[in-house]
Design a binder for this molecule. Structure first.
Ligand SMILES: NC(=O)c1ccc[n+]([C@@H]2O[C@H](COP(=O)([O-])OP(=O)(O)OC[C@H]3O[C@@H](n4cnc5c(N)ncnc54)[C@H](OP(=O)(O)O)[C@@H]3O)[C@@H](O)[C@H]2O)c1
Length: 385
């Protein structure tokens, strides 16, 4: 069987590393053509030694010398900087581009991938949140495919094989509720970085872990699902399911609800995307029901997790509003991780920024990038103030 040629953007992150583990678990099935990271030279070199890609890209130009020096005797094409990263998705003879970059920095690579008519295995939800309406016409025009890696969207994608588009009543996205589901709101101002980085069921990169604690992540996922499955956000419901076993569900018009269940392991949705349209035997992810005797569901508390309510409003408003929401959040999360603001201030900054930056209703890419920049500038001022 011919191996699939892969480009992995964000290979040194949580999803990137899990993707490489999946590849190692299936020898001969994948050929890693290129790897890209932002700054983590040491890990990128370790990955190079194992997977021997033809191309390596590092976005952080300050680390160029270190990378070139350490690989000076190796036969590898080294690319440096954000623009060069886009060259990777244009390479001929690439079957799948995995976008595991964190944040809006992944947007251009996703747009470039679909504009080349390639298969995009997408973890970078911020691409769809910010790029929104730009994606569907490009996918159609160039015959590209977007395969979700986000576990909730993978679940929905798998379940949608059970019915037709006009038979869908609503999507039900599950959320663990994060580490502060049971914490009284009065204590939210005392939450510190270590507590917020301690997710009860998933092990992930720092940004998405904080997003899960504020429930911004679920807000981003509603918008992501709306773009991915062409469904209005009023037909997307969020349900708290603390055990993270049911990854999401679809309710069909006959009132049947169909769900996808598995242990919480990102290697499962990654494997599904990489092998799609086939399923393969996997030796991880067995769900032992004796360990999970109780699966519970409850509505989200939008008084405590205001960001979720704001995300619905932003999705409704559309245009550049989701990009503003996302940019303000990225700045605020970094501010929280740097201990510059407290936990509650993350949502305050998002709300304040949305009130400040003008929304363009039918944006092109420049409008989106401009909204992102304005929102970041404003949010940074709020961090200081
Ligand atoms: N982790 C999960 O379980 C999970 C689940 C669902 C969805 N996702 C989504 O997947 C994406 C990645 O999440 P993660 O948790 O894997 O993040 P992460 O662990 O922080 O990794 C981020 C990766 O992106 C690279 N990167 C950072 N800034 C970049 C830039 N400007 N240009 C190019 N590369 C850049 C990093 O490189 P360096 O290491 O060199 O800094 C790293 O390889 C996010 O959109 C997240 O929402 C993650």
């Amino acid at each position: 069987m011919k191996s699939k040629k892969l480009v992995i953007l964000g290979s040194t992150g949580s999803i990137g590393k899990s993707t490489l583990e999946v590849i190692q678990a299936h020898p001969g099935r994948f050929d890693v053509v290129a790897l890209a990271a932002h700054s983590n030279v040491d890990l990128l070199i370790k990955q190079y030694e194992i997977f021997k890609p033809e191309h390596l890209c590092l976005v952080n130009e300050n680390k160029e010398q270190q990378l070139r020096e350490q690989l000076k005797d190796k036969k590898v094409n080294i690319l440096i900087g954000e623009k060069e990263l886009l060259q990777l998705v244009k390479l001929d003879d690439v079957d799948i581009v995995v976008n595991a970059i964190v944040g809006a920095s992944g947007l251009k690579a996703s747009l470039e991938t679909v504009s080349k008519g390639k298969v995009l295995a997408l973890a970078n939800k911020e691409s769809l949140v910010c790029g929104g309406a730009l994606f569907p016409p490009l996918v159609k025009k160039y015959g590209a495919k977007i395969l979700p890696i986000d576990s909730e969207h993978s679940a929905i994608w798998q379940v949608l094989t059970c019915g037709k588009e006009n038979e869908i009543k609503r999507l039900i996205i599950t959320a663990s509720g994060g580490p502060f589901r049971n914490l009284p709101f009065e204590k939210f101002s005392t939450i510190d970085v270590n507590q917020a980085l301690h997710h009860p069921t998933w092990s992930m990169g720092p940004k998405i872990t904080i997003d899960s604690a504020t429930m911004v992540n679920k807000g981003l996922e509603i918008i992501e699902a709306s773009v991915l499955f062409s469904i209005p956000t009023e037909k997307i419901k969020v349900v708290i399911h603390p055990q993270s076993i049911v990854h999401s569900m679809v309710e069909f018009i006959d009132s049947s609800i169909i769900a996808q269940l598995s242990r919480p392991d990102m290697k499962l949705p990654i494997t599904y995307a990489l092998f799609w349209p086939a399923r393969v035997l996997s030796d991880f992810g067995e769900l032992k029901f004796e360990q999970y005797t109780e699966l519970t569901f409850e509505p989200p508390d939008i008084k405590k997790f205001r960001a979720l309510k704001i995300a619905y409003e932003v999705a409704e408003q559309s245009g550049t509003a989701p990009a503003i929401f996302n940019a303000a959040n990225e700045v605020a999360v970094q501010g929280f991780l740097d201990s510059a603001i407290n936990f509650l201030k993350i949502t305050d900054i998002i709300e304040d920024t949305l009130g400040k930056i003008k929304v363009v209703s039918q944006p092109n890419l420049d409008d989106i990038l401009d909204a992102d920049k304005q929102a970041r500038n404003w949010a940074k001022k709020l961090l200081k103030g």
